[in-house]
Design a protein around this ligand. Sequence first.
Ligand SMILES: Nc1ncnc2c1ncn2[C@@H]1O[C@H](COP(=O)(O)OP(=O)(O)OP(=O)(O)O)[C@@H](O)[C@H]1O
Ligand SMILES: [Mg+2]
Length: 251
Amino acid sequence: MLINDLLTPNLESADSRREIVHLDNVCKYYGQDDTLVKALENVSFVIKEGEYCAIMGASGSGKSTCMNIIGCLDSTTSGQYFLDEEDVSGMEEKDLAKVRNLKIGFVFQQYHLLPQLSALENVMLPMAYANVSPKEQKERAVAALTRVAMGHRLNNRPNQMSGGQQQRVAIARAIVNNPVMLLADEPTGALDSHTTAEVMELFGELNASGITVVMVTHEADVARNTQRIIWFRDGQIMNDHLSPSDLHHVV
Ligand SMILES: Nc1ncnc2c1ncn2[C@@H]1O[C@H](COP(=O)(O)OP(=O)(O)OP(=O)(O)O)[C@@H](O)[C@H]1O
Ligand SMILES: [Mg+2]
């Protein structure tokens, strides 16, 4: 090795990507005294822009509690949460709602589409709060639905679509405001294996286009599509950088 190699800083290993999620010593307790539950205990980790992470662990280990905090749906008992490098720990609900709407797209196991609205109207909904003209709302919703291969079903209501198609519409709704991060809690929990594979391919494409993706899953086959697994046990992090290829050691 040349002496210059030793003296030159290794720029490639310095990860200068933006921190999208930064939890610092976060605790979340429910109840008190006899009924106290320590759902999260001193949880710290960082997720950087463009990462694709799974959150795994046994039932009751704190996964949903952690997702709710990351998604600004719930606040911490103590500790700090920086979302996209902004401290949101002490924010009031109305400011939190604004941040949530602008920065995060949610995908749930049960899709949560409004049954009386068409696919197009469901996807336009998040923009109603984002000060976007009706014409642009429609254009952006059509583009998002086309991106998830649902451009041909704009006028169908949820009960006229399969589970996989409904989840595609829910994903279009989640990306239509160009969020910095997609959060998904068991997004394939209600889907068969073929449809699961299709939806996972879609998440992979969205991540490849630059969106940070964080997903809770019980299924090893789903987690294998991600790049990194954060493993919870009893409200604490057992491993925050488990490689999907090491999964067979734990499950
Ligand atoms: N609102 C609440 N009040 C009291 N305890 C709660 C509340 N929400 C969650 N808990 C408790 O916090 C702990 C963590 O729950 P959490 O829902 O985060 O688990 P999980 O890992 O998502 O489990 P699962 O895989 O079953 O969805 C559990 O012991 C749970 O009973
Ligand atoms: Mg849960």
